[in-house]
Write a protein that binds this ligand. Sequence first.
Ligand SMILES: Cc1cc2nc3c(=O)[nH]c(=O)nc-3n(C[C@H](O)[C@H](O)[C@H](O)COP(=O)(O)O)c2cc1C
Ligand SMILES: C=C(O[C@@H]1CC(C(=O)O)=C[C@@H](OP(=O)(O)O)[C@H]1O)C(=O)O
Length: 410
Amino acid sequence: MLRYLTAGESHGRSLVVTVEGLPAGLEVTAQQLGVELARRRLGYGRGPRMRFEADELVLIAGIRHGRTLGSPVAIEIKNSEWERKWTQEMSPDPGAPSTKLTKPRPGHADLAGMLKYGFDDARDVLERASARETAARVVAGALAKALLAQLGIEIVSHVVQIGEAKAARTNLPLPGDLARIDASEVRCLDPDAEASMIAEIKAAAKVGDSLGGSVEVVAHGVPVGLGSHVHWDRKLDSQLAGALMSIQAVKAVSIGAGIEVASRHGSEAHDAIHYDADRDRYLRPTWLSGGIEGGISNGAPIVAEVWMKPLATLNRPVLETVDTATKESALSFKERTDVVAVPAMGVVAEAMMALVLANEATRKFGGDSVAEFARNWRGYVENLSATPSAVGVGPQAGSAPYGGGELPHG
Ligand SMILES: Cc1cc2nc3c(=O)[nH]c(=O)nc-3n(C[C@H](O)[C@H](O)[C@H](O)COP(=O)(O)O)c2cc1C
Ligand SMILES: C=C(O[C@@H]1CC(C(=O)O)=C[C@@H](OP(=O)(O)O)[C@H]1O)C(=O)O
């Protein structure tokens, strides 16, 4: 089992993440984790903070000479502005000077959190509710990705929609597409859609408004057998939906053809099972199920789409609220804000998918060292291949969003 906890406020000294359950011997460097953090800062339409935030990393525990020790890993991510701007406002000391925020923003945790925890200052809620915390998740996710790479599992995401601009749905993105996706200003594979997305973002920014959208996240190389049908909380689709839905501002998650499948006939809604006698493998020509049947991975790519609402803090604050100090009507307070964060959310979604899959992989393959973990996985997969119960996928063809050809991983 892989467990992780994050701590830290958006404008506090730093974020901290502790990851427990990684086997010993996994190669990890601050530079490698920094690459993932830099990807999360990408994306046209993010606010000023992403231009100066450095995400400076300190490897505190559990890693020695570039490899995990099997003990809990603790990592600190420093907040660049702390010393310059926030030492008083975010001081842990009693009586430090601060300005109370009493005009809670609709769409944020501000008011519900103030009422629940008995605060008279929205900052006591917003600092932790902020998506700054996703930097810590991305670091944990980078460790999970490194572990999954030992099994040949790779995860890729791309932006499908920003505002009303949508990318054309074609074949699933492959890990080799990541460089091109990250080079796009909105992490989108479709250049025409990218241009429309940027135009929409510019228009929204001009009037002080915000946008939402969606990303697709795909895990390639996942073996048959992660997750289980035996309990609700062991189902891979349920774990993925919860993990992806936990990302700030995410309002919907679908697996495979998702909501689209509901309007199809049953005869056209499921992935056929074929058998390749030459390779002694079952083949799944499509991925309508998103690579999960009955809560168990079926050997096809795991596919999820994740939808994000338009961000709730607006540069032109027009949302009505009530001043909690005076009870008078007011406009919600204005904080520095992104116009759109869908491209960054894709990188966070990759991290969340990696953490769910790594948790299930450690549950299935166990082992105290990476060598033992990989040996257990190899024994399982080789045994599958030697029997008629092997599951594989064939070469990619066709351009329908949910297949129509056979998939590239065998
Ligand atoms: C990467 C990322 C960046 C975000 N940036 C902002 C932002 O700048 N302004 C904002 O209002 N919300 C932003 N959000 C969303 C809020 O954190 C989120 O809507 C808020 O905490 C309330 O949670 P909920 O929408 O999940 O209910 C961001 C979310 C993500 C994933
Ligand atoms: C700090 C990050 O995102 C922040 C998420 C966020 C929110 O309300 O969620 C609001 C903004 O915070 P700030 O006012 O400090 O600029 C974003 O910049 C980050 O992603 O690292």
